[in-house]
Structures are given as structure tokens and as C-alpha cells.
Design a binder for this molecule. Sequence first.
Ligand code: ADP
Ligand code: MG
Length: 272
Amino acid sequence: MIRLENVSFTYADDEFPAVDNVTLTIDEGSFVVLIGHNGSGKSTLAKLLNALLIPTEGDVWVEGMNTKEEEYTWEIRKNVGMVFQNPDNQLVATVVEEEVAFGPENLGVAPAEIEMRITEALEQVGMSAFRKRPPHMLSGGQKQRIAIAGVLAMQPKMIVLDESTAMLDPQGRKEVIETIEGLTEKGMTILLITHFMEEATFADRVLVMDNGKLVMDAPPVEIFSRVEELRDYQMEIPQVIELAHELRKHGIAISDDILEREELVSELCPLL
Ligand code: ADP
Ligand code: MG
């Protein structure tokens, strides 16, 4: 679906590349989580995926289309939908259904087809009951689900969410993550950029960026077992992972694939 080959990007007045020689493929239908400290190049990488930015070195292909070739820009943007951090900056309409219709209208989709897409997209994010409501009255989590519905209505092949849970309360975050999980189960390709490492637990693959470089690329169980390395990249380690790691270091027999609290509890109880 996505292929990056030796991709670098340097902003006009910057000395160092924001993305530095990244080579990477993303398979259709996979759920990939990208983590990394502030300024590590995550958003820049995201923008390279849908031709919002063009590499200063190397190539990005989306379904075989090189983002450098302007004739493909439209098709690439349609294929790779983006959801950003602040729900309030993304919503433009006064009624939810208009919001969801906005993308397909711009693509020139016929009205009857748009109707169907609105119904389907709102269903997929669990927001059908809010169709006639004004978006500004919704909670943060609900707003992000509407933003996701707006992207779904354009029928993309992939969705990139750039810290789309960062401004939400725990309930909103849970709603959005559950929505994303629902989409991945239906075969949607997802790249989730997040500050919350816990959100990587259900990923097929976790990528870690540091100073523009892709420094780790492995399944979550493996990533989470490399605690010292994650600390070097200034990542905050989830409590459960950290506790399991410290216990292991002290010679207590905890298996090395613990990702969730319940798993740790069930291993600890017999030991106690
Ligand atoms: P992240 O999303 O991981 O926080 P970014 O991709 O936003 O990282 O930023 C990577 C680097 O590029 C940082 O050093 C940042 O200061 C720089 N950068 C980001 N956007 C711009 C811009 N529009 N102009 C110049 N430098 C930028
Ligand atoms: Mg960012």
C-alpha cells in the first residue's frame, strides 16, 4: 500500500532533516502505530504519505503512485485520509451530516451516493443517532469520530491519524481507539500516531522515530520488551510494562509478553 525508500525531508530554513533516510513499507489492511518524542518527525512523515509534503530525497509510493508526480496527487489524497489532533479545527459544517458530506461533495460524488456514504460512515463510527446534531455540541471523542466519518465517506484505502487522541479525555480516547479497532477489523489500513504507548498494544506493528530516523520497527510485544531502548528515545513507558520489566530485572519470573494490567495481575497473584 505504502512504500518509502530512503526518504528524507528538510524544511526550507532548517539545518537538519525532519525525516532522515526512512525506508518502510505498510501492507494493506495492517494496523501500524507510530510513536516518538516531540519533534521526532512523526507529523512530517505523515504528511509525506499523502503528498502534502514531497521528499527532498528518496521516494514515496502510494499504491504504486510516486507522490512526486503531480498527476497522482489527487488520487493519492483520496486514498490516504488524514485525521488531525484538534477536532475543532477540522469541523466546518453546522450539522453532522453536512460535515460528513463535505469530502465526497468535493470529490464530485452524486447526491444519492453521498446519502449512502453518510449513513454507512456514521454507522462505522457509531454516530448514526447524531446525524442531525450540530457538531459543536458534541464531546471531543464524538467530534473526532465525526472527523473519521468524514474521511471514511471519501472511501480511502488508508487512514492516518496524527495524535487524534491527544486532546481527548480518557473516555473520548477510548471511543476513538475502539472506533479505530473496528475499522482495522474490517480491513482498513491504519497508521495511528500517538503519544500514548498503551494505544500501541493492539497494533500489528509499532514504529518508533527519534530525530527523524526510524529507530524501531517490530510487533508491540517486542517493542515493549526493549524498555531501556525506549527510555533512550525519551518514551514514557506504560506502568504495567515498566513494573513487569523491573520485576524481571530482580529475578522474578514474569513472562516477557505482558502488555496489559490483567495479564500482569494473573501472573503476579500466584507468586504472591
Ligand atoms: P513530531 O510530529 O514528531 O512532533 P514534526 O514532524 O512536527 O515532529 O517535526 C520534526 C522537526 O521538524 C522538528 O524539529 C520541527 O521543529 C521541524 N518542523 C516541523 N514543522 C516545521 C515547519 N513547518 N517548518 C520548519 N520546521 C518544521
Ligand atoms: Mg506531530
